[in-house]
Ligand binder design. Structure first.
Ligand code: ADP
Ligand code: ZN
Ligand code: ZN
Length: 707
C-alpha cells in the first residue's frame, strides 16, 4: 500500500552510522507528522534495521539535492521525545569533528552517544528519567573537604588562569600542585554560576581513582550526583544514566576519559585536560580524533577557558604556548616549577650498562641501593615496559624466533600459563620443548619481562629482612595482573598500604599515583625508545621518566637521610635525553627536540595526514596506495597546493592479526592547506579509492600520533 503524503508532513533529515559499504552519506531523509528540532534523538528504519539517529534538519520541503520524491520517504520509527534535543553547540562539535577528521557526522554522532540509547525506547527513557529524578538528595548537604591554601606560585598561576579567557597550558613539575590549582579554578566557576558545568578529562580513570574521590569530597556540598564519571569501563546502564545527568544539566562536573569530550553539557563553562600529553587522548580506531585538540575547539566555539595541564606537555602544546617574536601565542603558558613543600626533584643516577654482560638486568649498584631503601623502611618502584617472562624465544642453532603467525611481531613467553602470547592479536601457542624449525634442544628466552624480574627478585631478596624482621614483599603490576575488575585498585591499595615493598610494573605504575613511601624509582631498560622509528618515542620516554621520577620522595615528612632517587640503567648514558633528565629540565629538552624537528620538517612544524589501508593480500594495500600516490601528486600539482605526497610504505607493524597494513603520508606546512586538500580529495579521489580492489578498509588519520 503506497503511503500518502499529507500536506502536514515534515521532512526530516537525520545522521546515523551506516555500515561503511554504503559510502559516507551525509544524512538520510524521512517524514514525520510533526516538526522536530535539530538534535532530537530518533530511531530510523534503514533497510530491515532500526538505527539510532540524530535529527539534523527539519523542513516542510525536501532538501534541493534530494534524489527521492516525498512519497518515497519512510516515516520515522520512533522519536525519543522524552530526551531533550542535543544542543546546537553539540551538533557543531560533531560536524566539525566529522569534517576535520574526514568521517561522516553520523559515524561521529553515534560513536559519541551511549550505546544503550540504540535500544532505548521512549517508554524506557521515561522510566529511567523518572528513577533518576526520584533519587532525592539528602536533607542536609554535607560539608565539602576544605581547599588547600595555595602557595605563592600556585596563587600566581591561579590569577593568570582566571584572567585568561582562552586555552592555557598549565605546566607544573610533578607534585607542584596542579590539581589543587585547577580544582580551585573549578570551584570559582561553580560558585559564580549555579548551573555551570565543567568537563575534566584524564587519560585513564582507573589509574587515577584518587582524583574522583578528591572531587567528590571537594564538591560534596553540590549533592551526591554533582560529580559523575564517563568512561568506557562503566556498565552500559550507568553510562547512559551518567550521560543523561550531564545532558539534563544535573551533573555539574563530568570526569571522563577521551570519549567524554562528546558529552552533552548544555552549561559547559570550563574544560580541563589533565596529563594533556598522554597519547591515549587520540582515538586509535574508528573516527580517529584527538580529544585534546577537540577540547580546544570546543572551548573556542563556546568562548570558555580550557586548561591543559601536564609536567611534560606535548611538543604541540608547548609550541602553541611558545612566546613568538611578532605574534601572540595560541595558548597562555602558566608555569609552576617548584614541588610542594619545596621538595627537591629526586637525584638522577645513570648507570652505564655497557660495563656488564648483556644478560645483566640489575646492576650491582642498583641492587645495593634498593637494599638500603628496604633497610630504611622505604618502598622501591621498578619500571620495565615489557610484560611477560621473555620478549622472544630463540634457537641458537638455526636462529628461529617465536614469531606470531598472524602479525609481524614476536610471540612473548609467559610463564604463568606457560604459553607464548602475541601482545598484538592475542594468539597463543604452547611453548615448544624443541626448536620447531631444526629440532634443536636449546631454545632460550631472550631478554626480560616483568614476570622474570618478579621471579628473580623474589629469589634474590628471599633472605633479606626488613628492620621489623619481616621478609621483603614483591608485587608485580601489569596488564596481566590487572585483567579482572577491581584488581588494579586492589593492587594499588596494597602498595599504598605497605603490603609490598617493591613494585615492579609497566608504565601503569608511573602514572599520577601519590605513593608516600617510595624513595627510589628505577627504569630498568628504557633504551628501546631512544632509537625508535617513531619520531615521538623520545618525547614519550622523557614524559614517562619524568612522571616515574615524580613518584619518588612525595612525602614531605620523610626522613632526609636518604635523598629520593631516580635510577636509569642504559647503554647510552650520553644520550641528550638523559642529560636533560638530570636536571628534570623539560623546557630544555622540549626546545632541543623542537629545533631538531624544525630542522628536518616534522610536526608540529608540518601538518600530516596518513591514508591507511588494510587488506588480506599484502599487494592490495600497496597497489591501491600507489595508484593514489600518483593521483594525489597530480591533484596537488593541478591545485597548485604546496604539499608533499610521500611514497606509500608498509606500516612499521606491517601485518596485524592476518591483515596487511600500509600507509601513505601527506604533509603540508599549514593546517589549512592540508584540510583544503583533503576536502578536494574527498570529492575527486574518494570514489576511485572506493573502487580499489581487495581492500578491507581504508581511512584517513589526520594529525596521526603514531607513524
Ligand atoms: P601535581 O598534580 O602537580 O603532580 P598534586 O596536585 O598531586 O601535584 O599535588 C601534590 C601534593 O601536594 C598532593 O598531595 C597535594 O594534596 C599537595 N598539595 C597541593 N597543593 C597544596 C597546597 N597549597 N598546600 C599543601 N599541600 C598541597
Ligand atoms: Zn632451531
Ligand atoms: Zn599476533
Amino acid at each position: 500500500m503506497a503511503a500518502t503524503v499529507t500536506p502536514a508532513d515534515f521532512f526530516i533529515e537525520a545522521w546515523t552510522h551506516l555500515p561503511a559499504h554504503r559510502g559516507m552519506g551525509k544524512s538520510l531523509s524521512y517524514r514525520h507528522h510533526q516538526p522536530l528540532q535539530p538534535g532530537q534523538l530518533v530511531h530510523l528504519p534503514v533497510g530491515r534495521q532500526t538505527l539510532l539517529g540524530v535529527v539534523s534538519r527539519c523542513a516542510t520541503t525536501l532538501p534541493p539535492n534530494s534524489t527521492l520524491a516525498p512519497h518515497e520517504l519512510k516515516p520515522l520509527a520512533e522519536v525519543l521525545s522524552h530526551c531533550p534535543p542535543l544542543g546546537a553547540d553539540w551538533m557543531r562539535l560533531i560536524e566539525f569533528t566529522a569534517h576535520y577528521y574526514r568521517r561522516s557526522p553520523g559515524e561521529v554522532a553515534i560513536m559519541a552517544l551511549p550505546t544503550l540509547l540504540k535500544e532505548a525506547t521512549d517508554a524506557n527513557l521515561v522510566k529511567r528519567l523518572q528513577r533518576l529524578h526520584d533519587k532525592k538528595p539528602p536533607a542536609t548537604s554535607p560539608t565539602p573537604d576544605p581547599a588547600k591554601r595555595l602557595n605563592p606560585e600556585q596563587q600566581q598561576a591561579m590569577n593568570a588562569l582566571v584572567a585568561h579567557a582562552g586555552p592555557s597550558l598549565l605546566h607544573g613539575a610533578t607534585g607542584s600542585g596542579k590539581t589543587e590549582v585547577y580544582l580551585q579554578r573549578m570551584q570559582r566557576i561553580l560558585e559564580e554560576d549555579e548551573q555551570s558545568q565543567i568537563l575534566v578529562m584524564v587519560p585513564e580513570i582507573n589509574l587515577t581513582p584518587q582524583l574522583e574521590q578528591l572531587m567528590k569530597g571537594r564538591f560534596a556540598h553540590l549533592g551526591p550526583q554533582a560529580v559523575i564519571s564517563l568512561h568506557s569501563g562503566l556498565p552500559t546502564a550507568q553510562r547512559l544514566n551518567n550521560w543523561l545527568m550531564a545532558h539534563l544539566g544535573n551533573a555539574r562536573i563530568v570526569l571522563g576519559t577521551r570519549l567524554s569530550i562528546f558529552a552533552s553539557l548544555p552549561r559547559l563553562r570550563l574544560i580541563v585536560v589533565d596529563e594533556e600529553h598522554d597519547p591515549s587522548f587520540k582515538q586509535g580506531d574508528g573516527p580517529r580524533h584527538s580529544a585534546r585538540d577537540l577540547a580546544v575547539f570546543r572551548g573556542h566555539q563556546l568562548g570558555i577557558p580550557v586548561i591543559l595541564a601536564s609536567a611534560t606537555p606535548s611538543l604541540e602544546s608547548w609550541n602553541n604556548s611558545a612566546p613568538a617574536p611578532n605574534a601572540k601565542p595560541n595558548y597562555l603558558r602558566v608555569s609552576m616549577p617548584s614541588r610542594q613543600g619545596d621538595q627537591p626533584m629526586p637525584e638522577l643516577v645513570v648507570v652505564d650498562m655497557n660495563r656488564f654482560g648483556r644478560s645483566v638486568w640489575l646492576s650491582p649498584t642498583l641492587e645495593q641501593a634498593m637494599r638500603a631503601r628496604l633497610d630504611a623502611s622505604e618502598q622501591v618502584l621498578l619500571l620495565l615496559n615489557r610484560r611477560g617472562f621473555a620478549p622472544v624465544l630463540y634457537c641458537p642453532d638455526c636462529q628461529w624466533t617465536s614469531d606470531c603467525a598472524h602479525c609481524s611481531a614476536h610471540q612473548v613467553l609467559h610463564k604463568a600459563d606457560h604459553r607464548l602470547h602475541c601482545h598484538h592479536c592475542g594468539a597463543q601457542t604452547r611453548v615448544p620443548t624443541t626448536c620447531p624449525s631444526c629440532g634443536g634442544q636449546q631454545i632460550l628466552g631472550l631478554g626480560q619481562g616483568t614476570e622474570q624480574i618478579e621471579e628473580e627478585l623474589i629469589e634474590r631478596l628471599s633472605s633479606w629482612q626488613k628492620p621489623n624482621g619481616q621478609p621483603v614483599n614483591i608485587l608485580r603490576m601489569d596488564a596481566d595482573t590487572v585483567r579482572l575488575k577491581g584488581q588494579l585498585t586492589a593492587q594499588l591499595n596494597a602498595f599504598h598500604d605497605g603490603q609490598a615493598d617493591v613494585l615492579v610494573g609497566t608504565q601503569m605504575v608511573a602514572k599520577g599515583h601519590d605513593f608516600q613511601r617510595v624513595g627510589l624509582v628505577a627504569a630498568l631498560n628504557p633504551d628501546g625508545a631512544l632509537f625508535s622509528s617513531d619520531f615521538r618515542a623520545p618525547e614519550r620516554l622523557f614524559a614517562l621518566l619524568m612522571q616515574a621520577a615524580g613518584r619518588a620522595g612525595r612525602d614531605p615528612k620523610r626522613s632526609a637521610t636518604l635523598p629520593a632517587q631516580m635510577w636509569i640503567q642504559t647503554h647510552y648514558p650520553q644520550h641528550h635525553l638523559f642529560t636533560h633528565l638530570r636536571h628534570f629540565d623539560y623546557a630544555a629538552f622540549a626546545e632541543e627536540e623542537l629545533s631538531a624537528r624544525q630542522s628536518v620538517g616534522l610536526p608540529p612544524f608540518v601538518h600530516q595526514a596518513l591514508l591507511r589501508t588494510e587488506a588480506r593480500q599484502a599487494g592490495a594495500t600497496l597497489s591501491a596506495l600507489n595508484h593514489m600516490h600518483s593521483a594525489c601528486t597530480d591533484l596537488a600539482a593541478r591545485l597548485d597546493m604546496p604539499l608533499t605526497v610521500h611514497q606509500p610504505v608498509p606500516m612499521s607493524m606491517s601485518k596485524l592479526a592476518g591483515v596487511h597494513r600500509a600507509q601513505m603520508l601527506v604533509e603540508a606546512n599549514s593546517r589549512k592547506t592540508l584540510q583544503g586538500f583533503l576536502q578536494v580529495w574527498d570529492a575527486e579521489l574518494a570514489p576511485a579509492m572506493r573502487q580499489q580492489k581487495g581492500l578491507l578498509r581504508w581511512a584517513w588519520d589526520v594529525d596521526p600520533v603514531s607513524i
